[in-house]
Design a protein around this ligand. Structure first.
Ligand code: ADP
Length: 483
């Protein structure tokens, strides 16, 4: 991997302000999903190092919280600028370990950096309240204070941005953070730590621990010092972490799985809906928790939409993310590829029809063709589970009430999308969808300014926006008497 600044690619973890180099005898190998080549090693750390990191975080946090919000903001601002100055290198590291096309990876760096920028600004506006007292001589003061030491566990699909939208608000609010990135994509996290040091984040405030998820997660959840756990990943692991956090009554932020419906009504602008579907379904090769998983198309436009979508999907280019003009990279691993294959086979065995793709890609490895399936029904696996791959299943529906019932018939509630023009319908459907987020006439909803998060089994709390920083604060009420 050619980088302008080779020091950003570091085969080491940052534990309580000290770098621990990977020892080849006990290291995690990280590969490039496009070709399986090993790109580097990271240390295989566990409970002991997690303890060290938490202790260092506890000490650093006090001094950090005592600084002015403006001082913290300045350091975060510098971190943001360093990310943007190194956007090319950070993008390269990301593509090498995650597989997404380089322009998309650089886009993620800008998106990830935007959370640091946003929270550098929001951190100066964590306002309290003064409430008129309940007795003549009393005043009620409400202050918002940092929650303290935060543990974060992040996934591989956005190796940069899933970290920054937790770290940005945490540091801005005056917290410390101990992070465990996904073992498939640790180098993006490590590069962020290198830049955080350069930006002037105090020693010990931010640790990046690579290694055993169970051991590190176990220590994070058991520790009474850790006051908040913020996790993005599967509902399965989220449930486990929720249980593990119960004895210490931690505050939880959980961004879990989704099963996003994408609804196209008869009155929709079909070309815009196709464009939106391409983004909502195929971005990151279908590997995002807000990816459209079920596309419901109204009877009157079903065939036209299927034809237009198949044509658009046919022009997407799959390949190594470092090559020019690539739209879709590989899937992250063999298990992901198998799941996609199973979902397609299941749909076909129950009467589904391939309109585009439908097979492993001729490139071999972890590549799968961009796929559109028609005649999909609720009994198929694609209706119930997140496929997390480049497969767009098209369901047919007749009326609004029916599609809302189908769209809500899931245990998940993260993102949803629909295309329609009738204003009354837009309000009705937006209100009726049981989701944390609704995209109307757009397939792209994530941004630092907006509250991202889900309901039901999709999680707890919101990331981004002015609400995102509140998740890292505690409210303290001071009753001032004798006035
Ligand atoms: P994904 O489907 O995105 O791979 P996972 O929930 O399996 O989602 O993983 C997301 C993150 O959670 C990763 O960093 C992974 O290492 C971590 N993880 C997995 N299992 C556990 C666990 N038992 N305890 C703590 N962290 C875990």
């Amino acid at each position: 991997m050619k980088l302008k600044d080779a020091t950003l690619f570091r085969q080491a973890a940052l534990v309580g302000g000290e770098w621990i180099e990977a020892d080849p005898a006990n290291a995690i190998k990280v590969d490039n999903p496009a070709n399986g080549e090993i790109i580097g090693l990271v240390p295989n750390l566990g409970a002991a190092e997690t303890k060290t990191a938490i202790a260092a975080a506890e000490a650093a946090q006090k001094e950090w919280a005592a600084r002015t919000a403006k001082e913290r903001s300045g350091i975060l601002r510098r971190w943001f600028e360093l990310m943007m100055e190194n956007q090319d290198d950070l993008g390269r590291i990301l593509t090498a370990e995650q597989g997404k096309p380089l322009p998309e990876a650089k886009g993620e760096i800008a998106y990830g950096a935007s959370f640091i920028e946003w929270f550098a600004e929001e951190g100066r506006r964590v306002y309290g309240d003064i409430i008129p007292g309940h007795q003549k001589d009393k005043r009620i003061l409400v202050m918002k204070q940092p929650i303290g030491v935060v543990a974060a566990i992040t996934p591989w699909n956005f190796p940069n941005a899933m970290i920054t939208r937790k770290a940005g608000p945490a540091f801005a609010a005056g917290c410390a953070m101990v992070l465990k990135p996904a073992s498939q994509t640790p180098f993006s996290a490590i590069a962020l730590a290198v830049l955080a040091e350069r930006a002037g984040l105090p020693k010990g405030l931010f640790s990046v621990l690579t290694g055993s998820a169970r051991a590190i997660g176990g220590e994070m959840t058991a520790s009474p010092v850790v006051r908040k756990l913020t996790f993005t990943g599967s509902t399965e692991v989220g449930t486990e972490l929720y249980k593990q956090s119960a004895p210490t009554i931690k505050k939880l932020g959980l961004e879990l799985g989704g099963n996003a419906p994408f609804i196209v009504f008869d009155d929709a602008d079909l070309d815009a809906a196709v464009e939106g579907a391409l983004i909502a379904k195929f971005r990151n090769n279908g590997q995002t928790c807000v990816c459209a998983n079920r596309l419901y198309v109204q009877d009157g436009v079903y065939d036209a939409f299927a034809e237009k979508l198949a044509k658009a999907v046919g022009s997407l280019k799959t390949g190594n993310g470092f090559d020019e003009g690539i739209n879709l990279g590989p899937l992250i691993d063999e298990a992901a590829l198998n799941k996609v294959e199973e979902h397609v086979a299941d749909a076909l065995s129950k009467g589904g029809r391939i309109v585009a793709g439908g097979h492993r890609h001729q490139l071999g490895g972890r590549f799968y063709e961009a796929t559109v399936l028609a005649d999909v029904t609720p009994s198929m696996a694609v209706a119930k589970e997140e496929t997390f791959g480049p497969v767009a299943p098209l369901f047919r529906f007749k009326d609004e009430a029916d599609v809302i019932a189908q769209a809500n018939d899931t245990e998940f509630g993260l993102a949803s999308y629909f295309y329609a023009k009738d204003l009354a319908r837009v309000f009705r459907v937006a209100e009726a969808l049981e989701y944390g987020m609704v995209g109307v006439n757009t397939g792209l909803i994530s941004t630092a300014e907006a509250p991202f998060g889900g309901v039901k089994l999709s999680g707890l709390g919101r990331e981004g926006s002015r609400y995102g920083i509140e998740e890292f604060t505690e409210i303290k009420y001071v009753c001032l008497g004798g006035v």
